[in-house]
Design a protein around this ligand. Structure first.
Ligand SMILES: *[C@@H]1O[C@H](CO)[C@@H](O)[C@H](O)[C@H]1NC(C)=O
Length: 226
């Protein structure tokens, strides 16, 4: 019985905080030297050594039903020092109490520098940044991607001031490499938990079956069995 009690304790681990996730999966591009233009952008960077970031992303209500994505607020981040050819995912996690729709896209540096509209968007975001961001600076080649997160508020409230100025949404932005390009690294503990639970259930069901098949259970309840 003790074992069952321990196993049911494990079940609590499976209940995560009520949170939503939006993600994008990509393959890291080849290394390139970082151009002047990119080095001067004021963008927060995520890299394998510093792979998560907490941020408050501004949101807007889409006014028209059509093309909501274009009406959201853009936030740009840099992914640097990636391992070329490796698969990664970037996740944006936010509390379910702040209903929001996110669109996440990645752009390699050549696509960005060739596209005047995108370049305009990233420059505009960079200029709006108030905090100082350490400059990317380094000139040696690196596998770099830019990530664009578009956020749109997705709720309705009778509170007029809330509808006029929707508060920024607190998010965690997480860069997660895939192990062997198959399995996200941060899911390893969850997978281990499921395997342990499966083996545990198999052992418990074996013991229960053994107990039932010895017949002691039936003999003890003979009056009811008949
Ligand atoms: C409306 O929302 C704002 C911001 O959350 C809050 O400060 C204010 O008290 C709310 N007003 C009402 C009437 O609930």
């Amino acid at each position: 019985m003790k074992l069952v009690r321990y196993l049911s304790l494990f079940a609590y681990l499976a209940i995560h905080v009520l949170a939503n996730t939006e993600k994008t999966i990509f393959i890291a591009p080849p290394q390139r030297s970082i151009s002047e233009q990119l080095a001067h952008l004021k963008l927060h960077a995520l890299n394998p050594a510093s792979s998560s970031l907490r941020a408050a992303l501004p949101v807007a209500f889409p006014i028209a039903e059509a093309n909501k994505q274009a009406q959201g607020v853009q936030s740009w981040y840099l992914l640097s020092n990636l391992n070329p050819g490796q698969r990664y995912e970037v996740r944006v996690c936010w509390a379910a109490t702040q209903p929001t729709t996110f669109w996440i896209d990645t752009f390699d540096t050549t696509t960005l520098l060739d596209d005047k509209e995108l370049l305009g968007q990233v420059n505009e975001f960079s200029q709006r940044q108030l905090q100082t961001v350490p400059p990317l600076g380094e000139n040696h080649p690196s596998s770099v991607l830019l990530i664009r997160i578009i956020s749109a508020a997705d709720f309705y409230s009778t509170n007029a001031s809330l509808m006029l100025n929707p508060p920024p949404v607190d998010v965690d932005i997480i860069l997660d490499p895939f192990i062997g390009n198959i399995f996200p690294k941060s899911l390893v503990p969850t997978a281990a938990y499921i395997v342990i639970l499966a083996i545990g259930s198999w052992l418990v069901s074996g013991a229960v079956w053994k107990y039932l098949s010895t017949g002691r259970f039936v003999e003890g309840n003979k009056a009811h069995a008949d």
